[in-house]
Write a protein that binds this ligand. Sequence first.
Ligand SMILES: [Fe+2]
Length: 249
Amino acid sequence: MMIDEELLGVKIRRAGKNFRVSLLGGPSQGLVAWKRTLAKLIDDKVLLEPEAGKALMQRDGDVTVYEVMNLSKSLPALKAIDSKVKVACDITLLNYGIISATDTGELFMTYGHDHEKPFGEVYSVLAGSGFLMLYQPGTNVSRAVSMRKGDEYYIPPGWVHRSYCGDEGMVLVGFVPHEAGHNYDAVKGKGFPYHIFYDEAKQEAFFRHNPGFGKSELQVLRAKKRPIGAMEKYLVAPEELRRLLEMRV
Ligand SMILES: [Fe+2]
């Protein structure tokens, strides 16, 4: 039986606390991908403690926090699905790390964004573990969703979202309609109402409120194993997945 990532055409291997992703067919020529490094997260003030970020930059340099691989722009089988239903399939490879030169700091995270148009998105974890952090600007209600391999979460339209690594890196696959778009200005210069930190000595994650936001509710949840089966739907019934992502909930 083929494992999840093989169905998508990629191979994942562990490298310490992190993961490496490569194309099953061999060299990753033709793979459309980009990476985000620490400097941009500091410059755009999307993390809670820019000074701790600068201290880490001084110690380790401009480290790669995460990489995004646009699979449905790269692999012929997925390209065909993408052009038919206009739903992108991207992998996010989030490295493990804390943004600090000490043993406590904010966990490595993605920049975060809102969608320009009200479409949902599904994230599934292919390897590792971490969190999905989302909030609804109108209510300021936040959700921190703990995610492990095999878990899946549906991000409803109108929720600003980002991912955090856990005590290891995390490889996510996401499915979102092209028209959704990415609004990074929703996060630039302000971050999120709650940020996730990690104490390496205690091996414990904890939340910190961002004073730039008013006090608000934080719901801490655990994702479920494949409630949607987005990956299977994308491969065998992509129109069905598309309809689900168009739902206004
Ligand atoms: Fe998104």
